[in-house]
Design a binder for this molecule. Structure first.
Ligand code: FES
Length: 153
């Protein structure tokens, strides 16, 4: 991917018209992660059926435009996918789908990948299963954290 210095049309579209924003009642898995570099937060909800297919994904982001755009694209990419395919929705895959991000905003795209993994981790824990290649969330946010509650407002 060539280096980009400004937001692509796709990034602007997903920032201005984010897909799948919101919360989910009784999600199969939910993960909340924070970006160590800037302190921004993302929460990802996944609805996974009995066949292990991601039926729906929703997100809430307390972060910058690039974080909103990458979360939006990430939810679009994981919908209809198997768990293993959802695992492959890395920040690189999300950035490619958005036609790139400026170098200084690449760290923002990590939130989306980490939030998907955190939600899958939650799903796996609830169902007592192990997902190949999935590691415990690194920047998991304590759901009882005051700052986290603020973002629910
Ligand atoms: Fe924090 Fe982009 S500056 S996620």
């Amino acid at each position: 991917m060539s280096q980009v210095t400004e937001y692509s049309d796709k990034v602007m579209d997903h920032f201005m018209h984010p897909r799948n924003v919101g919360e989910m009642e009784n999600p199969s898995g939910v993960g909340t992660v924070g970006n160590a570099k800037c302190g921004d937060i993302m929460r990802m909800y996944l609805d996974i059926d009995d066949q292990g297919i991601v039926r729906d994904a929703k997100f809430k982001t307390f972060g910058c435009g690039a974080a909103v755009a990458t979360s939006s694209m990430a939810t679009e990419l994981v919908r209809g996918k198997t768990i293993q395919e959802a695992m492959a929705v890395t920040n690189k895959a999300v950035m490619e789908a958005l036609d790139g991000l400026p170098k200084v905003k690449i760290h923002c795209s990590l939130l989306a990948e980490q939030a998907i993994h955190a939600a899958l981790w939650d799903y796996a824990e609830k169902h007592g299963i192990k997902i190949d290649g999935l590691k415990p969330p690194v920047n998991d946010i304590d759901e009882t954290d005051e700052f986290c509650k603020m973002t629910d407002a």
